[in-house]
Design a protein around this ligand. Structure first.
Ligand SMILES: Cc1cc2nc3c(=O)[nH]c(=O)nc-3n(C[C@H](O)[C@H](O)[C@H](O)COP(=O)(O)OP(=O)(O)OC[C@H]3O[C@@H](n4cnc5c(N)ncnc54)[C@H](O)[C@@H]3O)c2cc1C
Length: 473
């Protein structure tokens, strides 16, 4: 692994999705060590606040939970729709919403590592996590770490990289390169000239300003990310053990920086006006291809989609997992592995763009041109348009997600669509379906009572893990 001694890592990215548990376990990392080293807290949901018009719905929110909505059976959803969808969808179908709202942990100190009573991912300190992974790679997998600034590459007659060239003009010979150089795409973009497909006409936010806000060790920790919509974007609010990471994401075409800073401070109750936010320009889009000759881009060098659903580490993890399963042993292998890799990774990028766009274009907010521009049909992909047209009448089905590589599936779509009142036609349900749903509702109510008695509060569990550790799986 080669890292620049002068260019720091981006150092943001504090939210994850549940598949990260599987990856950490696969790397042979103890969950206890990870939690202790990276200021980790548990994430069970994203709570979307005020994504609907406040003048029509008042202060509003919905949860995109990590527990599947069909855990108690599809009938519960059918009954919720038939009954006029009065109550919040996530609360109606899942045991997890109330656990989130009351700041419960997703497991107990006796639950083995990486196992959850409720579905969960993590929030963490991004810089500490990068250092933690690097140390683990060095000690467990004997990865060699070298500091150097890579400025150029040498190519053979067929366009394959033969050497990386650093700032001291050292020629470093390699067979295969993974470009993890972040937004700069130092090799895939700058040296191999693979183009960037700009998607900023679709996803309008292009800037983030971030702050780290201290918290007291007595405060309860919300076990979810809070994503609060505003006039030109949204604000993330992520609680770690000793601080909150807060980021104001906005479209600079719709709001200027001074206004964004003012609104961020206002969000924080004007208590931290002495803290100067860090500004990060974000460029939404993706590389035309991700694997070219003997170079594969992974991470931000692949592209970027704004962090609303914490998708970047997920896309990195997906790509790295796929590459590890199909790693070329011979130069000749690359010719037929690369097109397949490019096709699959393109699919996950495209479906991620769609999923994020949906949060904006089904909103009925009308308080600024940002929200109106988000509903312009030209900025919505053909696939999303056609899905949304059908889902206005018919409930989404698993069959609507025709690829196993859709990182966001029926479950995720239901929480967002129904959370935002994007409902199909109201169909009556049959008596047998109603009977099953009633039974499942009663079962869910019982399960909630048990959970609230059994689960510790989020901060209490984190403190206990620091003190005693979790049980090895
Ligand atoms: C505002 C914002 C919010 C985000 N929020 C989330 C989130 O909630 N969840 C999520 O999953 N992701 C999020 N992300 C994305 C997340 O930050 C990244 O996926 C993650 O940090 C990994 O980045 P990276 O390793 O690709 O790039 P970087 O962290 O930028 O690392 C690049 C590395 O390449 C090295 N390098 C660069 N050029 C050279 C060179 N020429 N020679 C040698 N070395 C070089 C640098 O030294 C550095 O070590 C967010 C990103 C942004 C911008």
């Amino acid at each position: 692994m080669i890292e620049s001694p002068t260019i720091p890592t981006i150092g943001v990215g504090e939210g994850t999705v549940p598949s990260i548990r599987h990856s950490l376990e696969k790397f042979g990392i103890r969950e206890t060590d990870f939690i202790r080293a990276c200021d980790v807290t548990f994430k069970q949901s994203i709570k979307f606040v005020n994504w609907l018009d406040k003048t029509k719905h008042g202060e509003n929110y919905y949860h995109h939970l990590f527990d599947h909505p069909y855990i108690f059976g599809e009938e519960v959803t059918q009954q919720w729709l038939a009954n006029g969808s009065q109550h919040r969808y996530a609360a109606a179908v899942s045991k997890q919403e109330i656990c989130c709202e009351e700041n419960y942990a997703p497991k107990t100190i006796a639950t083995p590592e990486y196992v959850g009573v409720n579905g969960y991912a993590y929030h963490f300190d991004a810089r500490k996590f990068a250092t933690f992974l690097m140390k683990h790679a060095q000690t467990t997998f004997a990865v060699k770490h070298l500091y150097a600034d890579i400025l150029d590459v040498s190519l053979d007659d067929n366009g394959f990289i033969t050497h990386l060239i650093d700032s001291n003009n050292n020629q470093l010979p390699y067979d295969f390169i993974i470009d993890c150089s972040g937004f700069s795409a130092a090799i895939i973009g700058k040296k191999l000239n693979i183009g960037f497909i700009d998607r900023s006409e679709e996803l309008l936010t292009d800037t983030a300003i971030t702050l780290q806000v201290p918290t007291s060790s007595e405060e309860e920790i919300p076990p979810y990310t809070i994503a609060t919509a505003h006039q030109a974007g949204w604000i993330w609010d992520i609680a770690l053990t000793q601080r909150r990471g807060v980021g104001f994401v906005y479209s600079s075409k719709h709001m200027d920086e001074a206004c964004a800073v003012k609104k961020l401070h206002h969000y924080l109750g004007n208590k931290f006006t002495d803290l100067k936010p860090r500004k990060i320009p974000i460029k939404v889009g993706r590389r035309e291809v991700f694997w070219h000759k003997n170079c594969v881009a992974i991470g931000l060098s692949q592209g970027f989609v704004e962090p609303l659903e914490a998708t970047a580490i997920l896309l990195t993890d997906f790509s790295a997992g796929l590459l590890s399963k199909r790693f070329p042993l011979l130069k000749a292998d690359m010719e037929y592995l690369a097109p397949d890799f490019n096709q699959r990774v393109t699919h996950v990028w495209e479906s991620t763009f769609d999923f994020i766009k949906m949060h904006y274009c089904i909103s009925d907010r009308n308080d600024s041109s940002f929200w109106q521009d988000n509903r312009q049909l030209a900025g919505i992909s053909k696939r999303l348009k056609s899905n949304l047209a059908r889902w206005q009448h018919f409930a989404p089905l698993r069959e609507d997600f025709d690829s196993k590589f859709d990182l966001f599936d029926l479950e995720n779509y239901l929480y967002v669509l129904y959370g935002m009142n994007y409902l199909p036609r109201k169909d009556a349900i049959t008596e047998p379906v109603a009977a099953i749903a009633d039974k499942q509702y009663a079962f869910k109510a019982n399960r909630i009572t048990q959970l609230l008695a059994e689960l510790p509060k989020h901060r209490d569990l984190i403190n206990k893990i620091h003190q005693f550790g979790l049980q090895k799986n």
